[in-house]
Ligand binder design. Structure first.
Ligand code: CP
Ligand code: NVA
Length: 316
């Protein structure tokens, strides 16, 4: 496996390997400090980022390399040089390319033309790196991922899709509590359900936030308006997604020791109540820290050719 484009590109064994590797790097951050000595990794961000950009730059440093951060305006890509030409050139300079952009297809084009690993650092459709940090955080706080009951509430967006695919790979039980108008595409749910059931888990979709939250080990949410979503949708999204806010009442339906998760950045008073976000059950800071350890693991595993991957399904 050369690239990490979607969580569903990973095999079960790959996820297990990456989580174990991330735990090792967390315990011993400089264990492979010579891996990238004298080498560079390019990081291209066409959308804003705090966690992903900083954690990947820090991850490259931990592996002994130099991160080169770029935005569309820094590059000829912004003036019409093709994705393929850019990918071929960067492959001659760097050991890996981390890319955050809009269209999933652009990342796939980049990966096809590049000879180095390409890592999706968020697109409109997926956020695979986030989902690995989410699994690591759940593992730390719940002890086991198998049969862990995750309830994702709100917009069925990139984060929800990658979380669903990650949960399916580890045999967790995930419920997506989303209004029908902002739910995950049925073909993606179907593919994840097949994967989950093969691993002893399940994928459930409901538009009832209370049903989703009841008995959960973790309640997870994300912003209602993602980068790239039209601002004009803000009002209608707030109206439709309002009932899915993770409030103290919704947390009370989950297990007494359930945790609250959010990929961040958060909007207190919108998708999450302030008391939950800043309350004792919130594990969002651990989740954010785990972006770093999983980023080190992903870079290490791809550069060293440690992942088997699997043939991507057409619908995933
Ligand atoms: N969670 C996440 O990807 O955050 P950033 O947008 O700050 O990178
Ligand atoms: N769904 C959000 C996640 C941000 C990390 C977005 O795409 O803007």
């Amino acid at each position: 496996m050369k690239d990490l484009i979607r969580t569903s590109d990973l095999s079960r064994a790959d996820v297990k390997y990456l989580l174990a590797r991330a735990q090792k790097f967390k315990a011993n951050p400089h264990a492979r400090r010579n891996l990238l000595a004298g080498e560079s990794v390019c990081l291209y961000f066409a959308k804003p980022s705090t966690r992903t950009r900083v954690s990947f730059e820090a991850a490259v440093n931990r592996l002994g390399g130099c991160g080169i951060s770029l935005s569309p305006n820094d590059m000829q890509l912004g003036r019409g040089e093709t994705i393929e030409d850019t990918a071929r050139i960067i492959s001659r300079y760097a050991k890996a390319f981390v890319i955050r952009t809009f269209k999933d297809d652009d990342v796939e084009r980049f990966a096809r033309a590049a000879s180095i690993p390409v890592i999706n650092a968020l697109t409109d459709g997926h956020h695979p790196c986030q989902s690995l940090a989410d699994l690591l955080t759940l593992l730390e706080h719940r002890g086991s991922l198998k049969k862990c009951r995750i309830a994702y509430l709100g917009d069925g967006n990139n984060v929800a899709i990658s979380l669903m695919q990650a949960a399916a790979l580890v045999g967790a039980d995930i419920t997506l509590g989303c209004p029908a108008s902002y739910s995950v595409k049925p073909e993606l749910v179907r593919a994840a359900r097949i994967e989950a059931e093969a691993n002893g888990g399940s994928v459930t979709v409901t538009d009832d936030p209370s049903a989703a939250a009841r008995g959960a080990d973790a309640l997870y949410t994300d912003v209602w308006l993602s980068m790239g979503d039209p601002d004009a949708e803000k009002e209608v999204r707030q109206r439709e997604l309002g009932p899915y806010q993770i409030s103290e009442q919704l947390m009370a339906l989950a297990k007494p020791d359930a945790v609250f998760m959010h990929c961040l950045p958060a909007h207190r008073g919108e998708e999450v109540a302030e008391a939950v976000m800043d309350g004792p059950r919130s594990v969002v800071w651990d989740q954010a820290e785990n972006r770093l350890h999983t980023s080190v693991a992903v870079l290490y595993a791809l550069i060293e050719g440690k992942l088997e991957g699997r043939a991507p399904s057409k619908s995933a």
